[in-house]
Design a protein. Structure first.
Length: 81
């Protein structure tokens, strides 16, 4: 799973939605989740996460997350990111 520049692909998912409670991780409406995208590395995913988080700053219940998909796809791997 290499990208064109020779670095290993470390897939990350960015998604978010309104939480039921501040500080929790249970979403108010699963059908309204915002799937931002899947990115080839953490830095790109972090940029997307930051943009969405800043755009939703007026809604205290809105939260965005970065999921390390590469860790789910290959849990034995010791690669960070």
């Amino acid at each position: 799973m290499a990208v064109e520049d020779g670095k290993k692909q470390l897939l990350h998912l960015v998604f978010g939605g309104e939480l039921k409670k501040l500080g929790g991780t249970e979403f108010r409406d699963l059908n309204a989740l915002d799937i931002v995208g899947i990115y080839p590395d953490y830095q790109t995913a972090l940029g997307a996460w930051k943009a969405k988080a800043q755009a939703s700053v007026d809604n205290a219940h809105m939260r965005y997350f970065v999921v390390h998909l590469h860790r789910l796809l290959d849990p034995e791997s010791k690669v960070g990111g």
